[in-house]
Design a protein around this ligand. Structure first.
Ligand SMILES: [Zn+2]
Length: 178
């Protein structure tokens, strides 16, 4: 429970996320890669204005009710990056990889919703910038990225098929080279 008092629950833009990550110190773990998720429920259409502070607080109580001491590190919608579980400690989002992977949750159901146009493209662009910032800070290669559904211990088809892993890796690699 105590760990939930540390929930960040704060929205930042891409530059604000870069500042936040730059200032982090006292890391209690060494992440080896980033795992990407989509929320599925809620979908983009269920959250026409993205996440609100209340939605984020509700997510925190939801995980708490499950008895989880942490959740994903970030929730990303089409407007902002929500800091959730502190990046300096392991989160909980993917059964095999919680101890080794940063968890990034994107708003949307990309089995059905578009990821390369409209609001989905905005989520994608913010996600690329967040992955770039994290990969630089943690010394990760862009191609170390894994999708939740690649975890052999999960049955979730997450994120949906419209999330093209190779295209994301290419965009992050390009951004990291700048
Ligand atoms: Zn997932």
């Amino acid at each position: 429970m105590a760990q939930w008092q540390n929930i960040v629950g704060k929205p930042v833009d891409a530059a604000g996320f870069d500042d936040h990550v730059r200032q982090l110190c006292d890391w209690k773990w060494q992440p080896q890669f980033i795992t990407l998720h989509n929320s599925a429920i809620p979908s983009l259409s269920q959250r026409p204005d993205g996440f609100t502070a209340q939605h984020i607080a509700n997510l925190a109580s939801y995980y708490q009710r499950l008895g989880w001491r942490a959740g994903p590190h970030l929730f990303i919608d089409d407007r902002q990056i929500w800091l959730f579980s502190p990046l300096t400690s392991p989160g909980r989002h993917s059964p095999s990889w919680n101890r080794v992977a940063v968890g990034v949750e994107m708003l949307g159901d990309y089995a059905r919703e578009d990821f390369t146009s409209g609001r989905g493209a905005k989520v994608r662009a913010l996600t690329i910038s967040a992955l770039t910032t994290l990969s630089r800070r943690l010394g990760l290669r862009a191609d170390s990225l894994r999708l939740h559904k690649e975890d052999p211990a999960t049955s979730h088809d997450c994120p949906g098929k419209n999330v093209d892993k190779a295209a994301i890796i290419a965009d992050v690699a390009r951004a990291m080279a700048i």
